[in-house]
Ligand binder design. Sequence first.
Ligand code: FES
Ligand code: FES
Length: 157
Amino acid sequence: MTENKTLTLTINGETHAVQMTGVRTLLSVLRDDLGLVGAREGCGIGMCGACTVLVDGRAISSCLMFAQQAEGSQITTIEGLPEGDHLHPIQQAYLDHAAFQCSYCTPGFILSTVALLQEHPDANADAAREYLAGNLCRCGSYGNILQAVLASKTVKS
Ligand code: FES
Ligand code: FES
């Protein structure tokens, strides 16, 4: 018989208790249990980056992580980036550079950019391209995304 368990997750600075049965991905819990739908399901197999969230500051594919593995970590989703009515500076840079079309990939790109600039504040265009290679944009907005990333170097918080 599958046991019902309570999982405790810290997301965007708040603690959430989630009733869980069986093993589920972090992406599923974020979206289906907590309504944090900024993390999107694209491929579901770790190939597109649409489901990217930060776990203890590292960009991870939430479709590949079991929710149970995230207990005890600080999880950040795109919903946790703005401060009140103010977009995070990297969100603003994406907006300023029109770095999206349909925007399906955008939360993942923005969170990967946050991780990139935390790890490599002086990343150049080549380093940014390499770091963000796991994030795919089917609309082909790569040029504008790169502009937004490079502009974010001067404005990131
Ligand atoms: S949905 Fe997770 S990497 Fe594509
Ligand atoms: S803006 Fe449409 S997938 Fe990237």
